[in-house]
Ligand binder design. Structure first.
Ligand SMILES: Cc1cc2nc3c(=O)[nH]c(=O)nc-3n(C[C@H](O)[C@H](O)[C@H](O)COP(=O)(O)O)c2cc1C
Length: 494
């Protein structure tokens, strides 16, 4: 099965047909109550939730839409995440043609693959469902914005797709950066310093020009997922969404700012950010499970609100994992392994445990080819996109399953000598990290838990692992198969 959902509504109807969406009606308050129910649901691997106001006065609220691996797989147009991972793998394996000769003979079918890619690039349209209604005022009070945690600084839009533009190249970017409601028509732009949105803002500050911004609330699920994914810089996330779902994303021009938004979006907020203007944001119960401290962030002034005739407000709830965003993080780490391997082919597999919040702990299994290879991989990872934030980086040999934490700890404890096998560095860390003394800067440690070689300065003979020989293994299997009662008794013991 493969489907390209045109919009959020189509996906929600599909989930309902699958029995994976529950309609919730009644007096649920967007302040605390909806979020608490969503957290309880995601922690049980439960369905997507669609809160409906029986009086019809308040817009429906969708929560936990991407809260399971299965729903993320469906969102991306496949049946399993493996389907999407394979698509990304095929994509990164496309080799640019070496010259005209290569294109003419084209043994790898590169020309056709490139043509197919072009056909999936975003398409421009002039009429769009997201502009069916233009609101008379820019008052944000009509939105059912959730407040999640008791000490949050205020109602916060937690799942917005924030579109910005590089004023020098015109390239648009989209990222999920939460937006606290500051006033009737103002929002706090919580783009962390390392994000593309923040970099674009710094460009406008240097030019002394107002920055156009568009915020999309609810879109087709592939576009939503692409917006939060660490798509390599220079690759459009809308093109990435098109590739994933096998159908281009349609884009329409905004009415008051020079940006384009997905035509099938639910709600669009257009506006500008004035360089230098900021306002205290937070505290906010964050992905870490802690309240992020109040800090100044730029202010968006809304200049126009448009929406579909009957929009749904998409939101999510952050907190200590497991949460919806940590489920999405797990999916990202699985889907993007081919991209990491394209740059570092010696990596056989990678685990970013949910408890490590995807930025704190990574385990890499590598095929070691030369002395200090593990250290080369550590430094490469610390220079690679959002993986640069990794505080604890464990490297094991290719035959160790990095997802088996028992096995990983066994290797670390036995094979890494703290005197010789640790690499401690200082560098940029995620803005949400709390143990670092200075914001955005901190320590990182690499643990080389691979088997050590003489060429790496290990002076003793590395002992051999005690493993049973294959003949005995086969013989015991055979003997067990002749004694079903014993085989069953052994199974029961496990
Ligand atoms: C639910 C959710 C909320 C997020 N909130 C923020 C946020 O407030 N600020 C931020 O900088 N990143 C936030 N992120 C992470 C970014 O969206 C993510 O790192 C994205 O890849 C950044 O895109 P960019 O590199 O194009 O800027 C959030 C992610 C999710 C899933």
């Amino acid at each position: 099965m493969s489907s390209a959902w045109r919009n959020l509504g189509e996906f929600l109807r599909f989930l309902e047909d699958k029995g994976d969406l529950v309609r919730v009606s009644g007096p649920w308050n967007p302040k605390f109550e909806m979020g608490e129910l969503a957290l309880r649901t995601v922690r049980k691997g439960g369905p997507a939730l669609l809160f409906e106001d029986p009086s019809g006065k308040r817009m429906p609220v969708a929560l936990n839409v991407l809260g399971t691996e299965q729903r993320i797989a469906w969102a991306l147009g496949g049946e399993t995440l493996e389907d999407s991972r394979r698509k990304i793998e095929e994509l990164v394996q496309i080799k640019p043609p070496g010259g005209i000769g290569d294109l003419l003979s084209d043994p790898a079918g590169t020309w056709e693959k490139l043509q197919n890619l072009r056909a999936l690039a975003p398409k421009h349209v002039s009429k769009a469902p997201c502009q069916e209604k233009v609101r008379e005022s820019n008052d944000l009070d009509f939105l059912p914005i959730l407040t999640t945690w008791p000490k949050d600084g205020g109602p916060t839009i937690t799942f917005p797709l924030v579109l910005t533009k590089n004023p020098e190249t015109g390239a648009q970017n989209v990222g999920v950066y939460r937006l606290q409601k500051y006033g009737k028509d103002t929002l706090g732009m919580h783009w962390q310093v390392h994000r593309v949105g923040a970099e674009n803002y710094r460009r406008y500050v240097r030019r002394g020009e107002k920055m156009p911004v568009a915020v999309v609330l609810g879109a087709d699920p592939a576009t939503v997922f692409a917006s939060l994914a660490p798509v390599p810089e220079g690759v459009s996330k809308f093109a990435f969404a098109g590739l994933m779902r096998g159908k281009p994303v349609e884009m329409v021009r905004c009415q008051t700012v020079d940006l384009e938004v997905p035509a099938e979006a639910e709600i669009v907020l257009e506006g500008t950010v004035t360089p230098g203007e900021s306002h205290l944001e937070g505290p906010f119960g964050d992905h870490t499970g802690y309240y992020s401290l109040p800090e100044d962030f730029p202010v968006m002034h809304v200049s126009r609100i448009t929406h579909r005739a009957d929009p749904t407000y998409l939101s999510t709830v952050t907190g200590k994992p497991p949460t919806e965003d940590s489920v999405m993080g797990m999916a990202v780490s699985r889907l993007f392994l081919p991209v990491v391997r394209m740059l570092l082919p010696e990596i056989v597999d990678m685990a970013l445990p949910m408890e490590g919040l995807f930025i704190n702990v990574a385990v890499l299994a590598i095929r070691k080819g030369y002395p200090q290879h593990a250290r080369k991989v550590m430094h490469a990872i610390w220079g690679l996109g959002q993986m640069m934030f990794t505080r604890y980086l464990i490297v094991v040999d290719h035959d160790v399953d990095p997802h088996d934490m028992g096995e990983v700890l066994y290797r670390v404890g036995l094979q890494a000598d703290p005197l010789h096998d640790l690499t401690v560095v200082e560098g940029p860390v995620d803005q949400l990290s709390i143990s670092n003394r200075r914001e955005n800067v901190g320590g990182k440690i690499g643990i080389d838990a691979t088997k050590k070689w003489p060429e790496e300065g290990y002076p003793r003979a590395w002992p051999e692992e005690a493993k049973m020989d294959p003949t005995t293994l086969r013989r015991v299997d055979e003997l067990l198969s002749q004694n079903p009662a014993l085989a069953q008794a052994l199974q029961k013991r496990r």
